[in-house]
Write a protein that binds this ligand. Sequence first.
Ligand code: ZN
Length: 262
Amino acid sequence: MLGWSINLFRVFGIQLAVHASFLLLLVYYGYEGWVEGGLPGLLWSVGLIVLFFVCVILHELGHSLTARRYGVKVPRILLLPIGGMAEFDHIPRQPSAELWITIAGPAVNFVLAALLFAAAWRGLIPTEEIPEYSFAGLLDQLWVWNLVMGVFNLLPVFPMDGGRILRALLAFKLPYLRATWWAAVVSKVLAPLLACVAFFYLHQVMLGVLFLFILFVGDVEYRQTLRRDQEERYWAEMARRAVVVGPASTDDEPPLIVHGPN
Ligand code: ZN
């Protein structure tokens, strides 16, 4: 599915790509705008979606450029209808690195919201009686969207930004695997609750599905962390035994299996 993407151009050496389904989003909003306001409505709606995703790209660049400072390679940023995804070759295990890399994304949205708010405050954007389908109207929507994007991403649902921040904060005190386990547990409680709020209170089906998807992705990432931890323990133990009794006698030993985090 993720293979159905179109490469656009490079920013700071990072390939920017859009998933094919993103075009359906543009068609959908373009059509809605056209039904409501003809050609101006169509252009305004498509313009709003494009600008919104420019903010998503800036959010992902916040993560990516900070990650590079910690030696992470970022080959691609992929835009999906549900948001952006920066692809890292690895996630640093130092809590401080993960903390700064993660905070940088929502921080970009808060800076953008503050800049747009300041522009409105300085009278650069009219705040009352904004003409329909105007550029000022676009900027007025964008400042709210950036604020919402920043706050939404800080929800402590792993592996969303808020969940990663929670894991990093826990990892200052706990072993990495146990910190991940706690972040995944919080996510398993919160994500279904937020999905219910989205389905039954806000009547936002897509948002509800998004929370269930995040729940699934979070569980996958926890299992990957668990497997890697088990492998590291196994090879560390093998190396220890090799030193103590020599490699030949380790043949009959069963592999180490770690039951849950510790
Ligand atoms: Zn983010």
